[in-house]
Design a protein around this ligand. Structure first.
Ligand code: 13P
Length: 331
């Protein structure tokens, strides 16, 4: 039987974190288009290969989250991506939710789909080499009204059902309740929304008897909304992010990882440095790390432009950013 606790903990190796390379077909297409790169299945494979195939990533990465289609795709080394990662000591994981859908009664908000047929898909992903999994829920802040109680409760129930199924299938669950950065809200409002989401989530996980030691929490940081006109200092972000986590996240979970959520690469690096530094000062109960998509990939994509001749410059930029982000954990 898989030792879920050991696998979950091994995602938090010294100075190591995750690359979230699990953009859906739609998100990958939009992301590539924003860099002027025409997308199709082969271009998406090259997009994954740009990062997964980069030499030396194992110094900084404990895991990579893949989109299901990448579990069976091959890198330029002719090995399936999960195999290519595993041979370098990097754990392959997979995004298993099927994306967001507006809530009928509150159409600005979302629920996450993907519970139907989940056990069968998890079994298949495991055979294909995945050892951990991820499910994302997203919460919009609007004044004091959103996120609504309905959105928080319904998403918490689905996260809990997912976590149970993943643990039963022998795949570590990463639960990602993302409080979105979009909006005009204050950092304090973001902190309060995160605390509320965590409180509801962990009480529902408890009701569903999810084994917290064999799961990971992936969260946003407490930030003023991107349209608020306010730029928080890293110290402010650290204080409020850890404040919300300490209120409601049990010490038993295997660890906490952060998404970048639309912050610039520098912001995501500086904020993580402050969070990590403060977590050490206060002796926070869980290990922390990064699980970034945009903040790790953006600079490389701008250089790559979908062209073979730019691959080495793009990989160099990716490794340089990985080194900076990783250094924040051991500073
Ligand atoms: P970002 O770091 O770009 O927010 O992506 C992380 C992620 O996994 C989103 O689901």
């Amino acid at each position: 039987m898989t030792d879920l606790v050991a696998v979950a903990r091994s995602l938090f190796g010294e100075g190591k974190g995750l690359l979230a390379a699990d953009e859906s077909v739609h998100t990958a297409t939009t992301r590539l288009a924003s860099f002027g790169i025409p997308a199709g299945a082969e271009m998406r494979r090259q997009f994954r290969e740009l990062f997964i195939g980069a030499e030396g990533i194992e110094r900084y990465l404990s895991g990579v989250i893949l989109f299901p289609e990448s579990l069976t795709e091959k890198g330029d080394d002719k090995k399936p991506f999960p195999k290519s990662l595993a041979t370098r000591g990097i754990l392959p994981g997979v995004k298993v939710d099927l994306g967001l859908e507006p809530i009928a009664a509150s159409p600005q908000e979302f629920i996450t789909n993907g519970l139907i047929g989940l056990p069968e898909r998890l079994a298949e992903y495991k055979k294909q080499g995945a050892v951990f999994s991820k499910w994302r829920a997203a919460f919009r802040i609007d004044g004091d009204t959103l996120p609504s109680a309905e959105a928080m409760h319904e998403n918490a129930k689905r996260l809990a059902s997912y976590a149970k199924e993943a643990q039963t299938a022998g795949l570590v669950p990463i639960l990602e309740p993302e409080v979105l950065y979009e909006g005009t809200h204050s950092r304090q409002r973001s902190r309060a929304a995160m605390a509320q989401v965590f409180q509801i989530l962990f009480s529902v996980l408890d009701e569903h008897a999810v084994d917290c030691a064999g799961m990971v929490l992936k969260t946003s940081m407490a930030l003023s909304g991107n349209d608020s006109g306010k730029r928080d200092t890293p110290e402010e972000v650290a204080l409020d992010t850890l404040g919300s986590l300490l209120e409601h996240v049990p010490r038993q979970i295997a660890g906490v990882m952060f998404l970048s959520g639309g912050q610039t690469p520098d912001q995501a690096t500086e904020n993580l440095a402050a969070i990590s530094g403060r977590a050490k000062e206060i002796d926070a109960p869980w290990p922390l790390t990064f699980s970034y998509a945009r903040a790790l990939q953006e600079e490389a994509l701008a250089l790559w432009k979908g062209k073979e001749e730019n691959v080495s410059a793009a990989r160099e930029a990716f490794l340089a950013r990985l080194a900076k982000v990783s250094a924040t954990l051991s500073a």
